[in-house]
Design a protein around this ligand. Sequence first.
Ligand code: PLP
Length: 399
Amino acid sequence: MIWYPYEQMKGMKAPYKIIDAEGVCLYTEDQKLIDSVSSWWSVIHGYKHPELNRAIETQLGKFAHVMLGGLTHEPVQRLTQKLQQFLPGDLDYCFYSDSGSVAVEVALKMALQYFMNRGETGRTMVLALEHAYHGDTFKTMETGDDEDYHFVLKAYGESKYVVHIPTEISALENAFETYHDRLNCFIVEPLLQGAGGMRMYDISFLKRARELCDRYGVLLIFDEVATGFGRTGNRFVADLVLPDILVLGKALTGGYIGHAVTAANEKVFRGFYDDDPAHALMHGPTFMGNALACSVALRSVELFEEQDYMSKIHTIEEITRREMDGFSDPRIKEIRIMGACVCLEVYDSATIKGYQQFAYDRGVFSRPFLNYLYAMVPYVIREEELVKVLQTMKEWFGR
Ligand SMILES: *Cc1c(COP(=O)(O)O)cnc(C)c1O
């Protein structure tokens, strides 16, 4: 029995069985579907991409995997070189892991140990955002703020170690005033909070956060697992405000294989680099730096640069704004658009119940959750395909 994610297995609707996938489309026995979810926002180049396939096949002919403990290899070295050049600022120190959640855990551990290594053992707290989502492992659940995902944590009561604030500058300033000497980091999904409901906020909040982190010596962590590689209309939000630690996942491998990176800046790295062996970062996922993942990630980043993906993303945003212009419905609370993300938030989750099948019948795969009907399409989508995705959303309200 397959135990499916985020589902009450009793009475669960049968999932659609995919038998092939190519470009932006998924194929079932009886339907061709434009994937408006990009397999949880990761498949930015579409499926069965010839160049990405080739990158993996070539590496597979050599070896699929060797551990990174005491060994190294060309794919991980080349990817790291590429990321050093591609990522903003001095986020040059790349720690790999097999999923976004683990990469966030690594970032949180780095921030805590950074201060422990300096003898500042009182900095045990993390500042985070309301409605944050940082993964499903225990510390990332605690750092997140979403009852719908993490209500199991209620068993432990209020966390002493995490404070959640709204994306308001006054709340930010108050939190720093109250907790600054106990905080090791402030972690955010910058500009766009994904799983917490596609909530969007202003860059001024992050600029102020950077100032306050600098003033009080707190590390700033950007969880760009979802926002990285163009989703917000910026390559990385880190291009606008530079964090101390940047976490990337999802689209890192073009959605081919689970892999993630925690990229730290020089200052953080220096906090571990000394003569004391106890100051080393004690972490090492079995599959970190997997050779197939690194090979496909390298090719994915190259494609992103060579084929000017940022202009594709800007076109997606333009088309989305054009199609949504003037559209409204009394059941819709807000329509939010940022880069290649569009979200229709409804007042009542019952409003979008049945949408998935409605979209399926029209050749679109969608997975609304709670009060959110959204699309995060692969960047290679053609105009008519994108229009179809958006028209289908609008049609649902026009029934
Ligand atoms: C998906 C996601 C994660 C978790 O990544 P996994 O690979 O599913 O563990 C963490 N942070 C954010 C912002 C995400 O969207």
